[in-house]
Every structure is written in structure tokens, then in C-alpha cells.
Design a protein around this ligand. Structure first.
Ligand code: BDR
Ligand code: CA
Length: 307
């Protein structure tokens, strides 16, 4: 069993990442779910995380609320993608049964990592505020982190021409994380846009008859609207790092140097990836370039069938 902490801002694709991680095809042990401001405000994101825990029966996993804003910049939301609640379009009950723990997300991250044998993988799938705050509050966690397997960045953008939402939403935090020395694996737009929920995929999903699967079908239907016109379907960004941890052989990765732009007039929030070793700087990340679409979908559908 691999131990993970999911740091998230649910968010349709965050919700799907949690559903995949908690499914019967996963050997991942979820140590905690921490939440951060991102797609919508942190309170709404937290409520959505609790709703998903209720849905998939994550009764004992602590859910801790984290930062309500980025470190320095003004908050930025993506309600145009995920709706006002952050998780519009599902029939989930309005009020979750599960409650958060009283501890702040940053302290849960620190406590879990410091008490561990260095075997916890962090899976940030929202802005990196909580992770950066935890590193600043207790720098000793860096050597305790097995790996940071994150969704963010890419060689092109979705929020600006060069910046992806999670990085752009708190670029200063992302920079702290990328320069921390912790091993990083990046699932950016280059690879997550290969995980497209096209209409034939949605059809296969619709015949699976359980509440997790029908909820995911509703989520994809809602969330696809944001992608109409631009892409061949909704991208399942956040499930990618989880799929990788379940079955790394689905992906191809390259060792790179990746830095976060925090000053550029046109490039703020860009993930600057040195593929050719031009900078001569220490390689600090692995960058996912490709995924096997058939096997990714097989895994995702099997996960939903397991409920
Ligand atoms: C990322 O931005 C958010 O809207 C999604 O949940 C995902 O984490 C994609 O750029
Ligand atoms: Ca997210």
C-alpha cells in the first residue's frame, strides 16, 4: 500500500481523483485529504470534499481545511468551469454527513509527514498554497516527502497562453515547492489533455449502474460544457497523478528542470521546462509527456465498476 495525502480544491476533476483513489482498483492508502482555495473558495471546496467522502465511504480519512487565499496574489477562481458551488450538476445531498477535523491542513501535512518513515506521497491537485506553507512552517518535512506527484503546469497554458490554473492561482507558492528540493512529478496539461472524456467514453460510463459511476457521469456532463469548442472533450486533469500512482506503466515521463515564473509581464505563472539541459541546473522534476489512453480509460472504468 502506498500512502498518500490528497491536497485538493474539488472541483469536478478533483472529485473524480478522490473517487479513483478510494476505488477497488487502488492500493493507495489515503492518509488525509486537505483542501485549499482554488476552483472556488476553500469552504465550498471543503464541503465538496466531504460530500465525495460520503459518496465513496471514506469515513475514517481526516479532511482538514487549509488556506483560504494564495500567499501573495489576489484569489482567483474557476467557477466558470465548475459552477457556483464548485461541484455543480450532481445530485449529491446538499449537506455532507462527514465533518472536518479541527486541525489546519498545514498542520495535518506537517504532523503526518514528521511522524512517517518518509513513505508518504503528496498529491496536490489544486494551487500549491498549503504545501508551500507547510514547507515554510516546518522545513524538515522536505526530507520526509517520498514524492510530490502533482497536477499543474505544462508547456502551454489554460488560464493564460502559458500558465496553467493551479500554478497561476498561486505562482509564488508553486515556486517555493519547485525549489524545495523535494522530488516532484508533474502531470501538466500536455498529458492531462490526453485524458479526454469524449462522448464514446461517457457512453461506456453511463451503463455502469452504481451511485459513484452515475455521479461521475453527471460531473463529466456538466464539466464538459466548459470545454466545448476548445477541445475534443473534458480533460480529466486531476485523476492523472492518481492513475500514475496506481499504475505507473500507463505513463511516459522525462527527467527535467522545471521552474516557475513569478515576475513576467506576459508569463507570470508559467512552468518553464528545460527539456534539453540548457540551463545546466540540477534536475528537479519528472514531467509526464504521454499516457496510454486505452489503459487510462480501462483503469478509470474499472474503478467505477468496483463501487
Ligand atoms: C486544474 O485546474 C482546476 O480547475 C482543475 O481542478 C485542475 O486541477 C486544471 O488546470
Ligand atoms: Ca483541482
Amino acid at each position: 500500500e502506498k500512502k498518500i495525502i490528497i491536497d485538493c480544491d474539488p472541483g469536478h476533476d478533483d472529485a473524480m481523483a478522490i473517487i479513483l483513489a478510494a476505488s477497488g482498483v487502488s492500493h493507495l492508502q489515503i492518509e488525509a485529504i486537505t483542501t485549499v482555495a482554488g476552483n472556488v473558495g476553500v469552504e465550498k471546496n471543503t464541503r465538496n470534499a466531504l460530500k465525495i467522502c460520503d459518496l465513496v465511504g471514506l469515513r475514517d480519512v481526516p479532511v482538514a481545511m487549509g488556506a483560504d487565499r494564495p500567499l501573495i496574489r489576489e484569489p482567483l477562481e474557476a467557477a466558470h468551469v465548475h459552477g457556483k458551488s464548485g461541484l455543480d450538476g450532481t445530485g449529491l445531498p446538499e449537506k455532507p454527513v462527514k465533518r472536518t477535523v479541527d486541525t489546519h491542513a498545514v498542520d495535518i501535512l506537517i504532523d503526518k509527514l514528521m511522524a512517517s518513515d518518509g513513505d508518504i506521497t503528496l498529491v496536490p491537485i489544486g494551487p500549491l498554497t498549503n504545501i508551500a506553507m507547510a514547507i515554510r512552517k516546518e522545513p524538515l518535512i522536505v526530507s520526509k516527502i517520498n514524492e510530490i506527484t502533482l497536477m499543474g503546469g505544462g508547456t502551454y497554458g489554460n488560464r493564460t497562453s502559458v500558465a496553467e490554473f493551479n500554478i497561476y492561482a498561486d505562482a509564488e507558492a508553486a515556486r517555493i515547492v519547485f525549489e524545495s528540493g523535494a522530488p516532484i512529478t508533474i502531470f501538466g496539461l500536455d498529458v492531462t489533455h490526453q485524458a479526454l472524456a469524449s462522448s464514446d467514453k461517457l457512453e461506456e460510463l453511463t451503463v455502469i449502474d452504481n451511485l459513484a459511476a452515475t455521479t461521475v457521469a453527471d460531473m463529466i456532463t456538466f464539466y464538459s460544457n466548459a470545454y466545448k469548442g476548445n477541445f475534443a472533450g473534458a480533460a480529466l486533469h486531476d485523476p492523472c497523478p492518481i492513475a500514475y500512482l496506481i499504475d505507473p506503466s500507463i505513463f511516459e515521463l522525462r527527467q527535467v528542470r522545471a521552474d516557475i515564473e513569478t515576475k513576467g509581464e506576459f508569463t507570470y505563472g508559467m512552468t518553464v521546462v528545460d527539456f534539453k539541459g540548457a540551463t545546466g541546473k540540477t534536475l528537479n522534476a519528472r514531467f509526464a509527456t504521454w499516457l496510454d489512453q486505452d489503459r487510462f480509460w480501462q483503469l478509470f472504468l474499472d474503478a467505477l465498476r468496483s463501487y
